[in-house]
Design a protein around this ligand. Structure first.
Ligand code: ADP
Length: 456
């Protein structure tokens, strides 16, 4: 069987006690099925020209990593990927900045990935590239003469044309994507935005009846592949760790109160301050909930040092302080805000204890925490997700309580509805959501994508 070569910005070789994010779990699942190589950045930068690739092996999977030049990395990752692409792809034009020098560094890094990858490739390998850091890798590989199938999966949303064209180099991004054979998105909406961008007069592409897109002298398939989770693993981990000392400390400290949980990276797309305000509105509008609920928000810092992120952290600390100052009693603190990460084992067990999973990003490609929350529940007495309509997961988890994250009163009403929901209704909704998660799990996702790539 041909090897699968997965490529992403970072390679996350599994380490004991370290949790893997959504992308890592997906890539590892695909590689476990058929063996192969995971290729990407090592996490190290060097002032001089980066040296050769380094390789290590774990079972059937080979991890091949490259170092990057320090200045190029800054422009490619902190600059173009995080300050140009990330906000645009999340429809947050107000956070968008653009510098030609950063885009030039992004292009250089994509070309450098291609040069190093070519040395690793064998003629019948299938190549699967992940996420927005590497939009142009496929084109660089084609320019190096690589002919075999190359797929691309976008883990985040794809914006509509009016947002995309804010980016001065948007035609180059679209040209880069057209170099792949299969381009995958999380939802139908992302796909239709992408198709619409390709058929704009200035791009001149066409969408054929079989769903393929013809543009820039190539014809390729674009389709929807909603990413899932490993449902069985999630359930097992949640149950196995339910007697963890920290879980018992948490449940003991609740004194019978209902737990509302949020678990997110500290990122503006997660809508955390609005979420705090939605919870505040619950306490204002439904006084009977005062003293009866505790909202625990876990949000470890990411990309620290970037000023925007420092501002979010300060905003959240202020909001939590205000709300606690306003409503706390001698024996009750409404919000517990923890600015740190926890092990996957502990997180899944804590999700299981929560009566409500509060997942209200203002934009998210999928949101795996929403799925993990549902999977971790006790089916006999499940909690309810209160879920943003603006994340990909809302397309599958239709039985969740759906809210618009910008609407404070709507979030408060949704919380109240979920808190008051009778057991038989929670069970029925949970069973419906769980069956969708099982059908579209992480293994089904990677298998479907690899099959599409194989038949490309
Ligand atoms: P994103 O990819 O934007 O961070 P997702 O919800 O899709 O958002 O995926 C996040 C992944 O990282 C999930 O698998 C989640 O369990 C994990 N995660 C999120 N927050 C934490 C945390 N505080 N500690 C450890 N893992 C976390």
């Amino acid at each position: 069987m041909s090897r699968l070569i997965a490529v992403s910005n970072r390679v996350a070789a599994p380490k004991a006690g370290k949790s893997a994010g959504g992308l890592a779990v997906g890539v590892l699942s695909a590689l476990h099925e058929q063996g192969g190589v995971w290729f990407g950045w090592s996490g190290r930068t060097t002032e001089s020209e980066p040296g050769d690739t380094k390789s290590s092996r774990s079972g059937d999977i080979e991890f091949v990593t490259i170092d990057l030049n320090t200045a190029d990395f800054d422009g490619y990752y902190n600059g173009f990927s995080n300050d140009s692409l990330w906000p645009l792809l999340h429809f947050m034009v107000g956070y968008f900045t653009f510098r030609r020098s950063q885009y030039a560094a992004y292009t250089r890094v994509n070309e450098f990935f291609a040069r190093r990858l070519v040395d690793v490739l064998q003629p019948d390998d299938l190549i699967w590239v992940h996420d927005y850091h590497l939009f142009q890798l496929g084109l660089s590989l084609r320019q190096s003469g690589i002919k075999q199938p190359i797929g691309f999966f976008l883990h985040v949303p794809f914006p509509n044309f009016d947002v995309l064209r804010v980016l001065p180099c948007y035609p180059q991004i679209l040209r880069g994507l057209a170099a792949y054979d299969v381009v995958g998105f999380q939802t139908e909406r992302d796909l239709s935005s992408f198709q619409d961008c390709m058929v704009q007069p200035e791009i001149g592409g066409a969408v054929h009846d079989d769903g393929t897109i013809e543009v820039f002298g190539r014809r390729f398939r674009a389709d929807v592949f909603p990413i899932g989770i490993d449902v069985a693993e999630c359930q097992r981990v949640a149950v196995e760790n339910s007697r963890h000392k920290q879980v018992e400390r948490l449940t003991g400290s609740l004194g019978g109160r209902k737990l509302i949980i949020g678990v997110d990276r500290l990122d503006y797309s997660k809508g955390l301050e609005l979420r705090f305000r939605g919870f505040e509105t619950l306490l204002e509008s439904y006084p009977s909930e005062r003293g009866e609920v505790v909202y625990l928000q876990i949000a470890p810092p990411t990309r620290t040092g970037v000023r925007t992120y420092d501002r979010i952290r300060q905003g959240l600390e202020t909001a939590a302080g205000n709300i606690n100052g306003r409503f706390a009693e001698m024996d009750w603190m409404p919000i517990r805000y923890l600015n740190r990460g926890y092990s996957r084992e502990l997180l899944m067990a804590i999700l299981r204890e929560a009566r409500i999973g509060l997942v209200t990003p203002i934009r998210d490609g999928m949101n795996l925490v929403a799925k993990e929350y549902v999977a971790s529940q006790n089916p006999k007495d499940p909690g309810m997700p209160v879920l943003s309509t603006l994340c990909g997961a809302a397309k599958e988890l239709k039985e969740a309580v759906l809210v618009n994250p910008y609407d404070r009163q709507g979030v408060a009403d949704g919380l109240q509805q979920a808190l008051a929901m009778p057991l038989n209704e929670r069970r029925a909704r949970h069973a419906a959501m769980l069956s969708i998660l099982e059908k579209n799990d992480i293994h089904a996702w990677s298998r479907r994508f690899v099959e599409a790539l194989r038949s490309a």
